[in-house]
Design a protein around this ligand. Structure first.
Ligand SMILES: NC(=O)c1ccc[n+]([C@@H]2O[C@H](COP(=O)([O-])OP(=O)(O)OC[C@H]3O[C@@H](n4cnc5c(N)ncnc54)[C@H](O)[C@@H]3O)[C@@H](O)[C@H]2O)c1
Length: 407
């Protein structure tokens, strides 16, 4: 099915960006919100993304105007009677999403594809709230959507093959890279990122290192920004919601760090509220240090643990190995997604976690995970695909075969 017109519901952080991406490919889009102020902010965001292109000489002012003319901002569903796809970007609450889908069923024609930009929630559960679950799919853009190339395409249990094919083609027409991911909590990129972000926060609250030291060590290792800079950018509330949901679904290995909740209680939501792990502006925060001291003196977190980059990165590699075991995505798609979705590099090359493990040596990864498990607990328990390969002598680059083949 060719997509001639799209709808976006929710004009917040993601909705405005997604509408801009759609107009950039030349398609008209109707953008709906329930709040006029958010709708205005969404339009302003689209305008400012284009304005930056004009300022850089990449686009003329009249081209910008013709792109802006493709957006219809609205508080009603009046213009949804001929949309071929709707992407919802309303808050990350199942009840809100299901209510919006019900409204969309009334407003849209039969053939309309319903895509959700959810970061982690179940697509199958959303589909079950509609009368056409074969038309329901996840279409997970990354923030900022006008920059990030990756889009996770997530079929639910009842999604039709035609819907998957249409959304893959549509994503490519938006000049993005689609990766089809089997439905699981957090999908691929957030599922792999969360244990890493969580472990960074545990190292911080346990006094193993400061936020600035951890950020600096991780960027030196090859991530484009440190975990605390990233979480402040994503929003502590967003990270907290995703973290709690993954804990609920995967259990103890994803148990969230206590400091998240202290930040949330204090309204430190990240850059958007002027303060998160860091003060913005200002850097390291006396208030966060006091929270850490309070957690430690109340005996709520262990103390005396050590920080190493491996403590953060190896749980991410381990989670990638679990995804192999569960057939969440192919080896190459996992590596490509982490490079495109997070910008990770290793020794100056853009490589994903499974190739990094091959470069380090799977025997080294296994041994380090076992040591971390002994020191810090069962969340570091090595995944079977790592153990299996080490036992078979597939140690990575040094033996010609690990997760990948090396010639
Ligand atoms: N923020 C991120 O970095 C990010 C990244 C990827 C995916 N997501 C996902 O995108 C979705 C939206 O997140 P966000 O950060 O843009 O949220 P946001 O809070 O910035 O925006 C949500 C918007 O939805 C509007 N809204 C609320 N109820 C509505 C309704 N019933 N009908 C229409 N509009 C309604 C709000 O007024 C607001 O403008 C979530 O599912 C989130 O998990 C967020």
């Amino acid at each position: 099915m060719y997509i001639f017109k799209a709808g976006v519901v929710g004009a917040g952080t993601m909705g405005g960006e997604i509408a801009q991406v759609i107009t950039y490919s030349g398609l008209p889009v109707v953008m709906k919100d329930i709040d006029q102020e958010m709708l205005d902010l969404g339009m302003e965001k689209i305008r400012s993304i284009y304005q930056r292109r004009v300022d850089k000489g990449k686009m003329s002012a009249s081209e910008m105007q013709s792109k802006l003319d493709l957006v219809t901002p609205t508080l009603t569903y009046d213009e949804f009677e001929d949309v071929d796809i709707v992407i919802e970007a309303v808050p990350e609450k199942m009840a809100i999403k299901q209510a919006v889908l019900k409204e969309l069923e009334e407003a849209c024609p039969e053939q309309t594809i319903f895509a959700s930009n959810t970061s982690a929630l179940s697509i199958s559960e959303m589909g079950a709230a509609t009368d056409k679950p074969h038309k329901m799919i996840g279409m997970h853009f990354f923030n900022p959507a006008h920059v990030m190339k990756l889009v996770e395409v997530i079929p639910g249990l009842d999604t039709g093959q035609e819907t998957i094919d249409d959304v893959v083609m549509f994503t490519e027409s938006l000049r993005k890279i689609p990766v089809v991911v089997k439905e699981c909590p957090g999908f691929l990129v957030n599922r792999l990122l969360m244990p890493y972000l969580n472990e960074a926060t545990k190292a911080l609250e346990e006094g193993a290192a400061t936020a600035a030291e951890i950020d600096q060590a991780v960027t030196a290792w090859g991530m484009p920004m440190g975990p605390f800079t990233l979480m402040d950018m994503l929003g502590i509330d967003v990270c907290g919601h995703v973290g709690e949901y993954l804990y609920e679904e995967y259990g103890e290995r994803m148990a969230p760090a206590k400091l998240f909740f202290k930040l949330l209680e204090a309204g430190r939501l990240g850059e958007k509220s002027g303060a998160g792990f860091y003060d913005h502006p200002g850097g390291e925060s006396a208030q966060v240090n006091e929270m850490i001291e309070a957690l430690q003196s109340a005996g709520e977190v262990p103390t005396g643990t050590l920080f190493s980059v491996e403590r953060l990165m190896f749980p991410l590699i381990n989670e990638a190995a679990l995804c192999i075991q569960e057939n969440i995505a192919s080896l190459t798609d996992i590596d490509m997604s982490m490079v495109a979705g997070t910008g990770m590099t290793y020794e100056g090359e853009r490589v994903g976690p499974l190739l990094i493990a091959d470069k380090i040596g799977l025997d080294v990864v296994l041994e380090t995970l076992q040591e971390l498990q002994e020191a810090l607990g069962p969340r570091f328990r090595p995944a079977r695909p790592i153990k299996l390969r080490v036992r078979a002598g597939h140690l990575g680059e040094k033996t010609g075969r690990g997760f990948h083949e090396h010639t």
